[in-house]
Write a protein that binds this ligand. Sequence first.
Ligand code: G6P
Ligand code: MG
Length: 212
Amino acid sequence: NIKGFIIDLDGVITETSEYHFQGWKRLAEEEGIEFTREDNEQLRGVSRSRSLEILLGDKIDDYSDEEFQEMMDRKNGYYQSFLDDMDDDDLLPGARELLDEIKERGLKMAIASSSRNAKRVLNSLDISDEFDAIADGHSVEDAKPAPDIFLHAAKEIGLKPEECVVLEDAESGIDAAIAAEMIAVGVGPEERVGHGDYRFDSTADIDLEKIL
Ligand code: G6P
Ligand code: MG
């Protein structure tokens, strides 16, 4: 008995992964570390600090805690400079229709994003008011693949886990949804999100009728 949708932001509602890539790439170049578009795929849905750990690999031992923090801030500055140019044209195809349909069906709707920039992105997209709750990178301590952010969002909208559907484009996000014992819906390729309950190639392909 589904009563609500908990939706990831980056990769489901909007495609910010290119901006994250450009930010990490610039940082990596400055630090003399190789970082490719393919490497960036590993960072999908992963928190900022975990992303930097992955990017640095073995080189992590060369840096102090202060330097680590400074690099996260530097990357975030690069990333945020892209957000200034964002507007409602940056909604992924099908995203607007998806939100409208969930609402028309009288279901609850929350955002659960690992990003600490989620509120800013939602404002730029002009959709902040659509949601009954917004959980972001500040809401819980343990990031996806831990279930915490989804459980937090469910609580905020007053639903039990089994009443919630999660829409996710990241492997770590599907893992988190499964751990939360929610209905896990993958958006993207089989090899990335095929381990959920349902999978669609893109946001525009999501078929609510099928899930419900
Ligand atoms: C999302 C993105 C990740 C990003 C994370 C943290 O989950 O998919 O690529 O690393 O948010 O974002 P932040 O804006 O806090 O650096
Ligand atoms: Mg995502």
